[in-house]
Write a protein that binds this ligand. Structure first.
Ligand code: ZN
Length: 261
C-alpha cells in the first residue's frame, strides 16, 4: 500500500534542501560538545542525552530524529536515477574512539543525490543495527558518512547479518587499535567501501539526524534494504570489543520515506 506524499514534502526530498547542518560527522562532535561525556547506558544514556548539554537539546526535542523503523509497505517507490555512488579505494586510516571503530576516508569518493555531491569522510559500525526494517533488527549496521561542500550531511546505512565470512571487514578488524585514541595509519593496506555495498541496491531515503549527540538534524539518510553478511565470529569480535552502541528508535512523526529502486 502506498500513501500519497504531500507534494511539498516530496519536492523537498527530491531537491533535498537539507540546509543548516555543519557538523563534521556522526561520531566526532564539535569541540564544545566533545567535552560532555555521553554513552549508551545509565545516566549518560540515550534517554538523557538531551539533558547533558544545551548543545544536545535536539536529542530530546528534535522532531526528525534517527534511527527509525522503516516500514517498506508505507513507502513511495520512485525509479528515477536519483542516487549514484562512486567510491574509490583508500589507505586504511582507522581510529578506535572507544564507542566504535571508525575508518577515515581520503578525498575523492562520492555519493550523488539529485544535483548534490557528498564526499565520503568516514565509516563506522553499530551493534546492533540502529534502523529496523519492517521491525527487524540486524546484527550490525554500517554508516558511511558524507558531507557536501556547503556542510550538508548524507549517511548511507548498510545492515550486516550473520552469514558468510566478510574479508573486507576482517582487514579492518585485524587492524583495530587496542587502545582508544589516536588515528592509526596503515598506508600499505587499501580498503574499498564499495566492497560493503550489496549487489541489489534499493534505497530507503528520508530526512533524519545524527544518531549520536548533538543529534543534529537535516541529515539525508539512504538505507540500503538488502543486508550484507559477516560471520558470527566477526560480529562477536566487534561486540566483545565494544559495548552495544545503538540508539533506540525515534518517532517517525510526519516524515516521508522514499524508496529508490
Ligand atoms: Zn553511526
Amino acid at each position: 500500500m502506498s500513501n500519497a506524499v504531500p507534494r511539498r514534502q516530496l519536492l523537498k526530498l527530491l531537491g533535498m534542501s537539507i540546509l543548516g547542518t555543519s557538523f563534521s560527522n556522526c561520531v566526532t562532535s564539535p569541540a564544545r560538545a566533545t567535552s560532555v561525556s555521553w554513552g549508551y547506558i545509565g545516566k549518560a544514556g540515550p534517554e538523557h542525552w538531551g539533558e547533558l548539554s544545551p548543545d544536545f537539546q535536539l536529542c530530546q526535542l528534535g522532531k526528525q530524529q534517527t534511527p527509525i523503523d522503516l516500514q517498506i509497505t508505507d513507502v513511495n517507490a520512485i525509479s528515477q536515477d536519483l542516487l549514484s555512488i562512486n567510491y574509490q579505494p583508500t589507505a586504511l586510516h582507522l581510529i578506535n574512539n572507544g564507542k566504535t571503530i571508525q575508518v577515515n576516508y581520503q578525498a575523492g569518493s562520492y555519493l550523488k543525490y539529485g544535483q548534490q555531491n557528498f564526499e565520503l569522510l568516514q565509516f563506522h559500525f553499530h551493534h546492533f543495527s540502529e534502523h529496523r526494517l519492517n521491525g527487524k533488527i540486524y546484527d550490525m549496521e554500517l554508516h558511511l558518512v558524507h558531507r557536501s561542500q556547503n556542510g550538508d550531511l548524507a549517511v548511507m546505512a548498510v545492515f550486516l547479518q550473520t552469514g558468510n565470512f566478510n574479508p573486507t571487514l576482517q582487514t579492518i578488524w585485524d587492524a583495530i587499535p587496542q587502545e582508544p585514541g589516536v588515528e592509526t595509519r596503515i598506508e600499505d593496506i587499501n580498503i574499498d567501501a564499495s566492497q560493503f555495498l550489496p549487489t541489489q541496491q534499493t534505497f530507503l531515503v528520508y530526512s533524519g539526524s545524527l544518531t549520536t549527540p548533538p543529534c543534529s538534524e537535516n541529515v539525508l539518510w539512504c538505507v540500503i534494504e538488502t543486508p550484507i553478511e559477516a560471520s558470527r565470529a566477526q560480529i562477536d569480535q566487534f561486540s566483545q570489543r565494544f559495548p552495544p552502541n545503538a540508539r533506540p528508535l525515534q518517532p517517525l512523526n510526519n516524515r516521508v520515506v522514499l524508496e529508490i529502486i
